[in-house]
Each structure stands twice: as C-alpha cells, then as structure tokens.
Ligand binder design. Structure first.
Ligand SMILES: C[S@@+](CC[C@H](N)C(=O)[O-])C[C@H]1O[C@@H](n2cnc3c(N)ncnc32)[C@H](O)[C@@H]1O
Length: 249
C-alpha cells in the first residue's frame, strides 16, 4: 500500500494565487457545488500548502478522535483529505473512510492522494443529505460546518449516519453568544463582532448557535478553544475550537 502524498513547500506565487481568490471572495449563486468549484478550482493544487498555516487544531482533533481498527468514519466536507495524514499509520486499519464533499477539484486531490487505499472513498455529495450504506462509528467536520449552508441539516445528518454511542468531531473557526453555553469559555466582544464579518466574504459563516447545537447532539468528550495566527496578518488571531461529542447509546 502506498504512502499518501504529503504537502509540498509553499512559494510566494502559490500564496499570491490563494490570497487573490480570498480577495475575490466566494460567489453565492443558487448552485452551491458550482460556487465551491469556482472558488477552490483555481487554488486546488496549492490549497493544502496555504491551509497548513491557517486551519489550526486539525492534528489535535484527528489524534483525539482515537480511531480504532475496523471502524467506519465519515468525513463531511473532507476537501483534499489532508488532515487524514495526521493519523496516516491508522488509515490501513480502518474498515472504511468516506470523504464526502461537493467540490470536484478538491476531491480530485484527495483521490490522487489516497490512490491505492481501497478503504478510502471520495464521494461527490452534499453533506446535508448524503447517507452511508451502514452506520458509521464516527463522523467529522474539519473546517466544513461553517461553509455548509444548512449546517443544522448537516449536523442532523451526521447524527443519523453514526451509530448510537459513536463520536462526532468538529474543528472550525467559531463565534459564541455573549453568554456562551458551558463548558465553552467566553469570547471577547471584538472577536464576536469582527470575525463573522471577516469570514463571511469567503462564504465561511460563523454562527453563534453552533456550539449549543453540538452540546445538544452529544455528551462532550473533549473541547479545546484557541486563537490562530493567520498567514500575512501578524497582528490578529482568529478563534478556533475543536469539540468531540459522544452520541447517546
Ligand atoms: C475550508 S474547506 C475544509 C476542507 C477540509 N475538511 C480541510 O480541513 O482542509 C470546507 C470544505 O467544505 C466543503 N463543503 C461546503 N459545503 C458542503 C456541502 N454542502 N456538502 C459537502 N461539502 C461541502 C467545501 O467544498 C470544502 O471542501
């Protein structure tokens, strides 16, 4: 079995291409899949190199999910699947990994990366409705819940696809209401006001209702909150979190 492809080194030309796409923003037409293709298509080959410095907490989430041999896992909004390299030695032991995403160019990167891994399946489908043939042991959303238009439908779908007692893991940028649901620690007023506006330009929607919905979906196994450095923006830090919850048995 081949080793999945790793990440190359970013050049300033790669970064410029990604930054241009960010400045341009993500279009918001009715066809969500087409909007994602248009946004990610021109940067798909360098997506991982830039996101390596932007999307914090993915390695921690993947380790903390504690995947076990024989398990089935669904990755909703998987993109290129880069985060699976954080647990690469476990990959061959898993029974099945479904990488579900609506963006064809990013899925193509995932297909190339995991060619030779017969248990990894890249599926072009909507996380809001895609159903597995058999119940999964776990589902994850890595920086994807904030990009899914009907995030409540996607979360409810994940809960439906995972067996009772299974795990849901989420890592993402986030915001909170001024009185956050425990055990979330509060965010400053500035963070709550600034980041939702900043990210919405690229179709990343920080919704203050997400943390409470997660806590309702499962019993908290692990929660971490942090502030991420952003490439080329040395003075600011964006709030990110990861949460793992266990569904009722
Ligand atoms: C910021 S990227 C994160 C990709 C990857 N999980 C990672 O950690 O690098 C968000 C991903 O969500 C996907 N996405 C957005 N809406 C979706 C939907 N309704 N169904 C499936 N995937 C979706 C996008 O195509 C994109 O790949």
């Amino acid at each position: 079995m081949s080793t999945p492809r790793v990440i190359g080194k970013a050049t300033w030309r790669d970064d410029a291409r990604v930054l241009l796409q960010f400045l341009h923003g993500r279009r918001s037409g009715a066809d969500h899949g087409a909007n994602l293709d248009a946004f990610y298509g021109p940067q798909a080959d360098v997506y991982d190199r830039f996101r390596e410095r932007l999307l914090q907490g993915r390695a921690d989430l993947m380790q903390a999910m504690d995947f076990r041999a024989g398990q089935r896992v669904i990755d909703f909004g998987a993109g290129t699947g880069r985060h699976w390299l954080f647990v690469a030695p476990k990959l061959p032991q898993l029974a099945r990994i479904d990488l579900v995403d609506l963006c064809t160019p990013l899925l193509e990167v995932a297909r190339t990366r995991f060619a030779g891994h017969a248990n990894v399946h890249a599926v072009r489908a909507d996380a809001q409705v895609w159903a597995a043939d058999e119940p999964a042991d776990a589902a994850i959303f890595s920086y994807s819940l904030s990009m899914i238009p009907d995030w409540r439908a996607a979360l409810a779908n994940a809960v439906r696809q995972v067996r009772p007692g299974g795990l849901i893991g989420v890592v993402d940028f986030y915001t909170l209401p001024d009185q956050p649901p425990g055990p979330f620690k509060p965010l400053s007023k500035w963070n709550r006001a600034f980041w939702p506006r900043w990210f919405s330009h690229d179709g990343v929607m920080l919704r203050p209702e997400v943390p409470a919905a997660l806590l309702e979906a499962g019993a908290t196994v692990r929660l971490e909150q942090g502030l991420a450095r952003l490439p080329y923006l040395p003075l600011v830090r964006a709030p990110w979190f990861f949460w793992i919850g266990r569904l009722p048995a």
